[in-house]
Design a binder for this molecule. Structure first.
Ligand code: ATP
Ligand code: MG
Length: 336
């Protein structure tokens, strides 16, 4: 490779728009999402319920319901995901990307043992029974499951939610993927288990160079474990940038609202909930998607949909981003 040749991003999503079939028609769920992820990087997709986080990654993995309409482009190491043959798509899912689902219980067959669930992929790809079992047991230990031999013989209903989520992580690690997509991997778990699951993912990323896309509604959590954050609202990406910048100097009023509405041990201000309710892409107003909940909206915001553009160190879809950054800087310097 010559010095001027830059490798293609691992995953590149450009101008994604998705309409899902609903009744006899279609309904938009994603209207404008673009991001790219290089090998070894991690990205947090953050937003409230219904904003389109899961649909974004399902679109990227070509896992949408039949009849969905997809516009824009999704590329994996430069390869067009939507031009992959069925067999290429199957091998991509089986060996290069690992998807940790929001609800592990819904994605692990309740009638088969944990051992069968974990080893079936390896056995299908020609690995012998004994080797598959040894590999699966070693991975269960690695994700903190003691007595893996006993667990392998158990059925999903015999395991708690936390253990089952670890089993799902182990199943993803078995294939040694280049990218792990974790869809709210800890939402259903209690706090101590949340921490240990996040530590496993963080360890993989830091020590093994696995790339990570993590979906969460928790901006603090995303900032702690990812390099960059993309904030999604009503099917649109409204802000993107380095995690540290978004976490402390978010520019979009929605990002700022997410942060202020989060309980914190370091901030002493009263919690401020974002007024109004989140809207889905199909019910978003014609101008800025956030206009009805925004304290800073002006006429332009009602008339024109802002697109992502560079402001300071971020990309922001807000007409007023420059006007709004001044008070934030003054407040940080204590001059207000
Ligand atoms: N199969 C489906 N058919 C039609 N609409 C759907 C379907 N699945 C999701 N939607 C809609 O798509 C929008 C985005 O949903 P998505 O599941 O991506 O949200 P999310 O950000 O992942 O939310 P959550 O945090 O609750 O998981 C929502 O308005 C949802 O109602
Ligand atoms: Mg979701």
């Amino acid at each position: 490779m010559s010095v001027t040749e830059i490798p293609a991003p691992l995953l590149e999503v450009r101008d994604l728009a998705v309409d899902l079939p609903v009744g006899k028609g279609h309904r938009p769920v994603i209207t404008d999402v673009s991001f790219s992820l290089r090998a070894g990087e991690s990205l947090g997709l953050v937003g409230e319920s219904g904003s389109g986080k899961s649909m974004t990654v399902r679109s990227a993995l070509r896992l949408l319901p039949a009849g969905s309409r997809v516009a824009g482009s999704i590329r994996w190491e430069g390869e067009d995901v939507y031009a992959m043959s069925r067999s290429r798509l199957r091998s991509w899912h089986a060996s290069e990307v690992g998807f940790i689902h929001q609800d592990p219980r819904a994605h692990i067959n309740p009638l088969r043992t944990i051992g069968d669930f974990l080893t079936e992929g390896l056995r299908a790809s020609g690995v012998g029974r004994r080797e598959s079992v040894e590999k699966a047991e070693a991975l269960l230990e690695r994700v903190g499951i003691t007595e893996p031999r006993t667990r392998m013989r158990q059925y999903p209903h015999e395991l708690s939610g936390g253990l089952l989520q670890r089993v799902m992580i182990a199943s993803v690690l078995l294939v040694e993927p280049k990218l792990i997509i974790a869809d709210e991997p800890t939402t259903a778990l209690d706090v101590t288990i949340q921490e240990s699951v996040m530590a496993i993912l963080d360890d993989l990323r830091r020590h093994e160079g696995v790339s990570l896309v993590m979906i969460t509604h928790d901006l603090d959590l995303a900032a702690a474990v990812t390099d960059r954050i993309a904030v999604v609202y009503a099917g649109q990406l409204v802000e993107e940038g380095a995690s540290g910048s978004i976490h402390t100097e978010g520019l979009h009023p929605y990002s700022v609202g997410l942060l202020e509405s989060r309980p914190s041990t370091t901030r002493r201000q009263r919690l401020r909930a974002i007024p109004g309710r989140p809207v889905a892409a199909f019910e978003a107003p014609p101008g800025c998607v956030f206009v009805d909940r925004c304290a800073h909206a002006v006429d332009t915001c009602r008339e024109e949909r802002p697109s992502l553009r560079p402001v300071q160190r971020q990309l922001v879809a807000c007409h007023r981003a420059e006007d709004l950054q001044a008070p934030v800087v003054l407040a940080a310097g204590g001059a207000l």
